[in-house]
Design a protein around this ligand. Structure first.
Ligand code: SF4
Length: 337
């Protein structure tokens, strides 16, 4: 017996539940996409069928904590079937559009020095249904329809790409939740082999690469992944991604005073961007008590961006929402176990 009906196609639901009528599986699928997890509430199914399915595990996780802040951010902690806890965040932008920030792993093995999740180490990969369920719980707590999905929560999506792509296929299905591929972003710390697999998959989602430093020596210190996939290797994968996908990607650049905001850091960033069609998202470091860094001051940000202006690097400054509930970039680290 499956642990959850989420992330299954209607024909897989029919097979799992032994339904002989395909349309009944489609009815169940449609209820799931609307966030209904109680078979008794699937009112277009015959009463006898509802009662025979009453013991089927429809959803595997439950919400154990909800935190909201004044920015419109809402962070959920979900208890998984094995008692592990994972977090996901609903973000509201200035136009009121809603984005689900989803996790792909419990913890993370990548050990980026500026990330709170990295301090947890990796417990396990999430199953595709656990990824979809995060979206469902967020949608059930949202003030409107979620229009965007980003894989920027706990974990490295490229290290669990099969489950992430299965979840994306469910979230994208035009007959179901119907989120367009171009509104889905996978973020990676630079796992070049995963970028290659994503290019080969042909799934036209957007890509965000957490660059943080554009010299190998500094990047290897802050991001151990750089020892396996140094900048030259990463760049080769990005060129392939851009040509196979004809899409721009973004570099996420977490600004950490004393680490990556000098004029030579700006020059290295400008050289690395040359020839790539890319925009740099500058994100001021979000402070966490566990980590030895601080946020940049307004003046430090001005100094760094004026260097980028001089060097012609296209950038935007992204102020993370959800800081007050520790739901901003790099701040997720469920401590409910
Ligand atoms: S930034 Fe991403 S890849 Fe790096 S430790 Fe944090 S969750 Fe893992």
């Amino acid at each position: 017996m499956v642990r959850s009906l989420f992330a299954l196609t209607p024909s897989q639901i029919a097979a799992e539940l032994g339904l002989s009528k395909a349309f009944q599986a489609r009815q169940i699928y449609s209820w799931l996409c609307r966030g209904v997890t109680d078979v008794a509430k699937m009112t277009d199914l015959p009463v006898a069928l509802r009662s025979s399915l009453s013991s089927v595990p429809v959803i595997s996780s439950n919400v154990i904590n909800i935190q909201k802040d004044d920015d419109g951010a809402c962070k959920l902690a979900l208890r998984l079937y094995d008692s592990n806890v994972v977090e996901c965040v609903l973000l509201t932008d200035k136009e009121g559009e809603l984005t689900a920030c989803l996790s792909s792993q419990v913890g993370c093995a990548m050990g980026c020095a500026f990330c709170r999740t990295g301090t947890l180490k990796l417990t396990r990969n999430l199953e595709s249904f656990e990824i979809v369920e995060q979206f469902i719980h967020l949608q059930n707590n949202a003030p409107g329809k979620i229009s965007h999905v980003v894989f920027m929560g706990m974990g490295e999506p490229m290290a669990n790409l099969d489950a992430v792509l299965t979840a994306i296929s469910f979230l994208h299905d035009p007959k179901g939740i119907n989120i367009s591929h171009r509104r889905i972003t996978i973020s990676t710390c630079g796992v070049a082999s995963g970028i290659d697999r994503l290019s080969a998959s042909g799934v036209p989602v957007r890509l965000a690469v957490s660059l943080v430093c554009a010299t190998n020596s500094k990047r290897s210190t802050l991001m151990p992944v750089n020892k396996t996939f140094p900048l030259e290797r990463l760049r080769a994968s990005l060129v392939k991604f851009q040509s196979s996908n004809s899409r721009r990607f973004t570099f996420e650049y977490c600004m950490i005073p004393g680490e990556n905001m000098s004029s030579s850091d700006a020059s290295a960033l400008a050289s690395f961007c040359k020839g790539l069609e890319v925009i740099v998202n500058l994100i001021p470091f979000n402070p966490c008590p566990e980590l030895p860094f601080r946020s940049p001051t307004k003046q430090e940000i001005r100094d760094f961006t004026s260097e980028l202006d001089r060097l012609g690097v296209p950038y935007t400054i992204r102020i993370s929402r959800g800081r007050s509930i520790k739901g901003a970039c790099g701040q997720l680290a469920a401590k409910y176990q």
